[in-house]
Design a protein around this ligand. Structure first.
Ligand SMILES: [Zn+2]
Length: 468
């Protein structure tokens, strides 16, 4: 294989391109499934992790009314969308080829691509491109060229087209995913411009049922790690993602994706989401202030996080009858144990003052935080303490790391939640109601929330229909 690659690199650029195209074509033929295969992919029997494009009707920046949403989609829409994606990929390839052909017909020799190499200078690259000293001078006098070409990086490419007599006619440089510098040269002189593609926001729908754990369900649904964490953060005030996720829980979301000329740029924000945890339904809508509110307009942010440990560190899921790490027995327990690796960061569940940060033979390293006259939280068996007595901490601040100090047999965090001096279950205790959305934002929020939740529900129905 290594030999092949070396051989490939020795070939002229033109041959490399041809070979690459040929290889691509073979891959496309082998791996792009037929229509039937696409259809079966869209309706998995397991019902897990279906992901598809939201029909065009949802892509308008102004949220559609609930009625529009209900009318817009048939189950086949998503299949069409999938086909459209495949089509657009094919189209792009042929477009690129056409452009080249056009240029040739225009009396221009073939476009040549020059890759910026490590340690390369613009002068060296222009020399490889056989530009004359005069042409190099002229280009470097152009304001846009001066501004952008000075920043070329290894791996980037400058495309050059010449006339039949070898004079420079065209120079193209892709500044980033949406901007390209284009310099044209003819007998009237040089013209330069930066062409910018329009960025289009599309809405993507994802829905999944959880069977092994939340993370896997997210990955299977096509979410990236940042999106999975964002989803957990949005609902982290209501749901303990470390311990409370159960087989059959599910989530659905609509998030933004940015495209330029059909080319995917990046994932954007989660716009709306629903999480069903042990039969309880939680909703979230992103408002224009960048904050998340429940569909009925209550802030998602609360005085306490449900869990002081990020779920991604906690190894065991679906284990409601947790064994106590000391005795090996299931028994009533004044706190909650989170079993995870030593060194796992532990967060303060809420803002407050550290009233104890110390060590004893039972608790090991421990931290107590007083949030107000009513609430206190306790964190035991820490490997390291990261706060001192008397210190004020913010919600989510790392106060220590998980350990196995004190009277324990294995590494875990023992977490206690005390309300007016009484131990309560932090995962089920009623927490102070969060602030609702500001009065003057109410009607705008309600309209947005209504349309996004309608879109979400509609997409769920489409999905269910597809599985029948
Ligand atoms: Zn414990």
């Amino acid at each position: 294989m290594a030999k092949l690659i070396t051989l490939f690199k020795l070939l002229p650029k033109k041959h490399q391109l041809l070979l690459s195209l040929l290889t691509l074509a073979i891959f496309v033929i082998i791996f792009i499934p037929t229509d039937n295969a696409v259809a079966s992919k869209q309706t998995p029997e397991s019902g897990v992790a279906v992901r598809y494009d939201v029909p065009l009707a949802f892509r308008t920046p102004d949220a559609p009314s609930a009625q529009n949403v209900a009318d817009s989609g048939e189950p086949q829409e998503s299949e069409k969308a999938a086909e459209a994606i495949t089509d657009s990929i094919v189209e792009q390839t042929s477009d690129a080829l056409e452009t080249q052909v056009d240029k040739q017909a225009d009396g221009m020799a073939e476009l040549e691509h020059f890759e910026v190499k490590r340690g390369d200078t613009l002068a060296a690259l222009f020399q490889r491109a056989s530009l004359s000293a005069r042409e190099v001078y002229d280009i470097t006098q152009l304001p846009l060229a001066k501004k952008h070409l000075i920043k070329i990086m290894p791996g980037e490419e400058i495309t050059i087209g010449k006339s039949a007599d070898g004079g420079l006619k065209l120079l193209q440089y892709r500044i980033d995913a949406i901007s390209t510098l284009i310099i044209n040269h003819d007998n009237k002189g040089y013209r330069e411009e930066v062409q910018t593609k329009d960025v289009e926001n599309r809405q993507q729908f994802v829905s999944a049922e959880i069977h092994s754990n939340f993370w896997n369900a997210g990955v299977d649904a096509g979410l990236n790690p940042a999106q999975i964490m964002q989803l957990a953060t949005i609902f982290g005030w209501d749901v303990d993602f470390a311990l409370d996720i159960r087989n059959g829980d599910s989530f659905s979301l609509i998030y933004e994706q940015e495209f330029a000329d059909g080319e995917f740029l990046r994932n954007g924000n989660i716009l709306a989401a629903e999480f069903i945890n042990q039969g309880e339904r939680y909703t979230a809508v992103r408002y224009t202030d960048g904050n998340y509110y429940s569909a009925d307009g209550r802030s998602m942010r609360k005085a306490f996080l449900r869990s002081p440990v990020d779920f991604k560190y906690v190894s065991s899921n679906f284990n409601p009858r947790r064994l106590h790490p000391v005795t090996g027995l299931v028994r009533p327990h004044r706190g909650v144990d989170y079993v995870a690796a030593i060194g796992t960061p532990i967060k303060s569940a809420g803002a407050g003052k550290v009233i104890k940060a110390s060590y004893n033979q039972y608790n090991g390293n421990y931290v107590f935080i007083r949030h107000n006259a009513t609430y206190t939280t306790k964190y035991l068996h820490l490997n390291k303490r990261k706060v001192k007595e008397g210190e004020y901490v913010k919600q989510g601040q790392i106060i220590g790391t998980l350990g196995k100090t004190g009277r324990v047999t294995g590494a875990h965090l023992h977490y206690e939640f005390i309300v007016n001096g009484v131990h309560r279950n932090p995962r089920t205790v009623d927490l102070p109601k969060a602030e609702p959305i500001a009065k003057q934002e109410r009607s705008a929020f309600d309209a947005l929330s209504k349309s996004l939740m309608a879109a979400l529900n509609h997409q769920k129905q489409v999905r269910i229909a597809m599985q029948k």
